[in-house]
Design a protein around this ligand. Structure first.
Ligand code: ATP
Ligand code: MG
Length: 368
């Protein structure tokens, strides 16, 4: 399995092997990952395999020069935010202007000065990080706008309808209908309030700074499990866990991750004689990889592409109640901690959620 490697990846596009070798050796001193393309064709192949964090582009190449290649890369929306730095032997203003017009962010003159190249790369990587964060914040706001304008409409509309029916029942003095409608109104209203509270929680997550502290995932998971047991009275649930480490994170938010994941594990396995939730962790390089498995109904992976997006649900409300916010919240929290999260499942064979958290500080034996 390819575990997440967070060092930025730089694509060098240059047709001269000696230049490539020299530039790559400079870049590797900062532990950046390096990919190489020695022609325009190879560059497009490399881009198809994954979007790099930055591109270093030679100006003079056969077949297609750097300017043309740069314009073509920029035309593809997938690569809009990838910074491009030209490597140019000719330090004349005409070529520099051409480079910027073709969509480059910066240039470095050859022969390359190692320190200058590294500083420019770092500057553009920092800028990209900031831009990505802004785009993410904008997308968050967009989701919330969507939520307000669309998703709250339905429950509020039903409440209005129910209130109308209630008025009629009161006018007709139909006690049976009055009682039934009052029950429905109360249930609908409290569900709507729950929904609003969940949205509010999720909105806060994008703004609040993390309160980082040592978090014992062992005891946190036990607490989360107790909480889940309380809200599933009558359901037989067992929790099997291996040794879990002490991580560095926000205990409140990580607790919320576990509550969300356990609540899914319990909810989607409640038809079983006994729900089994298994949690384990292993350390891989600089990350902890956590796994939470259940023995529930699972789902078809073909429909799971957007499962971490808000409001995406794979099961009918009539079968399993929910708002489709739990996993979106999990993803947000794990990403805020610098980790990643994914889910796999097989229909009727349960689901497994994996998430990673970086190992930040080694304090003796972190497993406990
Ligand atoms: N352990 C699981 N087993 C089977 N399906 C799951 C599991 N976890 C998530 N899913 C699927 O992913 C969807 C999204 O999960 P998510 O937790 O975001 O929403 P939810 O459980 O429907 O509602 P809520 O907002 O109350 O958590 C679920 O509707 C369900 O279809
Ligand atoms: Mg859920």
């Amino acid at each position: 399995m390819n575990y997440i490697n967070k060092n930025p990846e730089i694509l060098i596009i240059d047709d001269t092997p000696e230049h490539v070798h020299f530039v790559a050796s400079i870049i590797r001193t900062k532990n950046y990952r390096v990919r190489v393309a020695t022609s325009a064709l190879q560059a497009f192949d490399a881009l198809k395999k994954g979007i790099p964090d930055l591109i270093l582009l030679d100006v003079i190449m056969p077949e297609m020069d750097g300017f043309e290649l740069c314009s073509l890369i920029r035309k593809d929306p997938r690569y809009h935010s990838v910074p491009i730095i030209f490597l140019t032997a000719v330090k004349d203003s005409e070529n520099i202007v051409r480079g910027f017009e073709a969509g480059a962010q910066d240039y470095v003159s050859k022969p390359v000065n190692a320190n200058e190249l590294l500083v420019r790369i770092q500057t553009h990587l920092n800028l990209k990080k900031r831009t990505d964060k802004l785009v993410e914040a904008y997308n968050d706001i967009d989701s919330f706008n969507h939520m307000i304008s669309h998703d709250l409409k339905t429950p509020v509309w039903s409440i209005k309808k129910l209130a109308g029916f209630l008025k009629e029942a009161v006018e007709n003095r139909n006690d049976e209908d009055i009682n039934e409608l009052l029950d429905m109104l109360t249930e609908k209203t409290s569900k709507t309030v729950d929904l609003i509270e969940k949205y509010a929680q999720l909105a806060k997550l994008s703004r609040t700074a993390l309160k980082i502290e040592a978090v014992n995932m062992g005891s946190l998971s036990e607490k989360a499990f107790e909480e889940i047991k309380k809200i599933c009275p009558g359901q037989k649930i067992v929790f099997e866990r291996g040794e879990l480490p002490v991580v560095h994170g926000d205990s409140l938010l990580l607790g919320q991750v576990l509550v969300n994941l356990f609540s899914n594990a319990a909810k989607y396995s409640r038809g079983r004689d006994k729900s089994i939730i298994q949690m384990s962790c292993k350390k891989i390089d600089y990350e902890y990889l956590f796994s939470i498995k259940d023995n529930g109904v699972g789902f078809d992976m073909n429909y799971a592409t957007n499962i971490f997006k808000m409001f995406v649900r794979l099961h009918a409300q009539s079968e399993f109640e929910g708002t489709g916010i739990g996993l979106a919240s999990v993803k947000k929290i794990i990403n805020l901690h610098g980790g990643g999260v994914w889910i796999t499942a097989v229909v009727d064979r349960g689901a497994e959620v994996c998430f990673t958290l970086p190992v930040e500080v080694e304090v003796g034996n972190l497993f406990g």
